[in-house]
Design a protein around this ligand. Structure first.
Ligand code: IMP
Length: 192
C-alpha cells in the first residue's frame, strides 16, 4: 500500500482521511513520522502556507505529503483575517478573535464572507493544489456551541443556521475543508 503524510498533528483529521481513502493509501501524521518541528507558516496566502508545510516534509523525510491551510475572508474587511484567522486579535483564542472581528464589522451592512481551504499535495516531486470555498454571511451576534473558530458567526449561503448550530456531520458535508478534501481524495483514488 502506498503511504502518504498529512502534515498535521490532528489525529482526528488523519483518521477521517484514512477512512475516506478506503485502504487505498496509508495516511501518516507528523507524530507518526517523528516530526516535532513547528513548521513555519510565513507565506502570504493559504496556498503558500500549505506548500511550505508539504514541501518541508517531502524534502526532509523523502515522503509524499499533503498539507492544508484554511481561514475566513470577510469582504468588507479587505478579505481579512485570511491567513491571520487563528490569531486575528493578536492572541490564539477563538472567542477573542471572533469578538474582535465582530467589533471591526460593527455598523457594516456588507456582511459577505467565505471560508477557504487550500490543500497542497507533493507527489513524486510534483505539487498539486486543491481548493474548497463556502460562501456565506457574518451574523451580528454569535449563535451555537458546536465546532470551533468563527463557526458561531458564519451562516453558509442557503442555510438559516450558523456552522456552530450544525452537527459535525452536517458541517462536514458542506464545509470548505470537506470540499477541498473530496477533490484530493478523488485525485488520489484515480491513481490506484
Ligand atoms: P487551519 O488552517 O485549518 O488551522 O485554520 C486556521 C484558522 O482559520 C482557525 O484557527 C480558525 O480561526 C479559522 N478556521 C478555519 N476553518 C474553520 C472552520 O471550519 N470554522 C471556523 N473557523 C475556521
Amino acid at each position: 500500500m502506498r503511504s502518504l503524510v498529512f502534515a498535521t498533528n490532528n489525529q482526528y483529521k488523519t483518521a477521517e482521511v484514512n477512512k475516506l481513502l478506503e485502504g487505498k493509501y496509508e495516511v501518516l501524521n507528523l507524530s507518526d513520522i517523528g516530526c516535532e518541528t513547528d513548521i513555519p507558516e510565513t507565506g502570504s496566502s493559504f496556498a503558500e502556507n500549505a506548500n511550505l508545510k508539504s514541501h518541508y516534509v517531502a524534502a526532509n523525510y523523502q515522503m509524499d505529503c499533503f498539507a492544508d491551510d484554511s481561514g475566513l475572508e470577510v469582504e468588507a474587511l479587505n478579505n481579512e483575517p485570511g491567513i491571520f484567522s487563528a490569531r486575528y486579535s493578536g492572541v490564539r483564542d477563538d472567542r477573542t478573535n471572533l469578538l474582535f472581528l465582530l467589533d471591526r464589522l460593527k455598523g457594516q451592512v456588507n456582511r459577505a464572507a467565505r471560508f477557504k481551504t487550500v490543500i497542497s499535495l507533493v507527489q513524486g516531486g510534483n505539487t498539486f493544489l486543491f481548493e474548497g470555498v463556502i460562501e456565506g454571511t457574518i451574523r451580528e451576534v454569535p449563535v451555537g456551541d458546536q465546532g470551533f473558530g468563527y463557526d458561531p458567526i458564519f451562516e453558509p449561503q442557503g442555510y438559516e443556521q450558523t456552522f456552530a448550530e450544525m452537527s459535525m456531520a452536517q458541517k462536514n458535508e458542506i464545509s470548505h475543508r470537506a470540499i477541498a478534501m473530496r477533490k484530493l481524495i478523488a485525485f488520489l483514488k484515480e491513481q490506484v
